[in-house]
Structure formats: C-alpha cells, structure tokens
Design a protein around this ligand. Structure first.
Ligand code: FES
Ligand code: FES
Length: 179
C-alpha cells in the first residue's frame, strides 16, 4: 500500500552566516522556507512565477529567485537575504542607507529584492552608469513605479562605496608610509 504523504527531506543551509537545518516537504519553495521555517519575512512573494523579483536573495553570492527554487535545491548552499545585508544592528548597508536617504521606496514591497539586485550590481560593477543601474534592476518590478529615486539611490551608494574604499586605501597607504 502506498502513502500519499510526501517524503520529508532534511536540508542544511547557511542563511546570513547562520547554519540552519529543517525537515521540510520537497515541494517547499526556498521563499517559503525563509519566511515560514526560519521567520525571515524580509523576502517578499509577489508573482511566485519568477517574474517580479520581489523574492530575490543571494545564493552563493549570486542573485536567485527564491519563489522558483525549492528549499531542497538550496541544500548545502549559502543564502543571503535582506536581513543579512547590514553589517551590524546599528549600521545599514550603504545601499540600504542610500535608499533610506533618497526615499527610494513607497509601499516597500519590492525593496528587499531591489536591494539584493543593487548590491549584486555594485559588487560586479562598482562604478555603474545610470543605464547600467536600470538594466540591472530591470528584473525587479516596482508596482508603485518609484524607479527614479531607486536609481538615484543606487548611483549614490556606488559613490559612497567608492569613497569608503578610497578612504580605506588612503589609511592603509598612510600606515604603510609610517611603518
Ligand atoms: S515572487 Fe519570485 S519573482 Fe515574483
Ligand atoms: S515601493 Fe511599492 S512595489 Fe516598489
């Protein structure tokens, strides 16, 4: 006699630097795993078809749509969600800070996916043009259509990150000179 109950699978993920293990149904999406199994509700679900980008997370450092991945497919992999972007509880990631200062959100539904895509872009291309930013974010839909401040925030964040690196380099060079 066969059972209709799905066979459960145990998955091990590293989420925002923390190892997690859960036993789940094989059909559970990665987005549902993040939201319902470990309570990281910053990842949003819009279309659930891989189109809107709201559910974007990093999988081993590259953006991925968590609505069209099963949690079991992420077994053994490293995930970064919007909750993992800030380096400390007191300090936002520079891209988050720029979004905040530019008012680059309205309802905020698309924001976590936008942030992840923006962080990925600036990692690959630290000095993007406006066109580069628009292309990189073209897979993230904003229903409030507030694209202008989002693009401005990403360009501003790029400048801040560049300036931060320059400051670090200068400090490093100064130190080297004084040794
Ligand atoms: S909810 Fe995943 S792409 Fe829209
Ligand atoms: S701020 Fe509302 S969907 Fe983008």
């Amino acid at each position: 006699m066969t059972s209709n109950e799905p066979t459960l699978r145990t998955v091990h993920l590293n989420v925002n630097g923390v190892d997690v293990e859960r036993t789940v149904e094989p059909r559970m999406s990665l987005a549902d795993f993040l939201r319902h199994e470990i309570g990281l509700t910053g990842t949003h679900l819009g279309c659930e078809h891989g189109v809107c980008g709201a559910c974007t997370v990093m999988l081993d450092g590259a953006p991925a749509r968590s609505c069209i991945l099963y949690a079991v497919q992420a077994d053994g992999h490293r995930i970064t969600t919007v909750e993992g972007l800030a380096t400390s509880e007191d300090e936002l990631h520079p891209v988050q800070q720029a979004f905040w200062e530019h008012g680059a959100l309205q309802c905020g539904f698309c924001t976590s996916g936008m942030l992840i895509s923006a962080v990925d872009l600036l990692k690959r291309n630290p000095d993007p043009t406006e066109q580069d930013v628009r292309e990189a974010l073209s897979g993230n839909l904003c229903r409030c259509t507030g694209y202008q401040p989002i693009v401005a925030a990403v360009l501003d964040a790029a400048k801040r990150l560049q300036a931060g690196k320059a400051a670090q380099t200068t400090r490093h060079e100064d130190l080297e000179r004084t040794v």
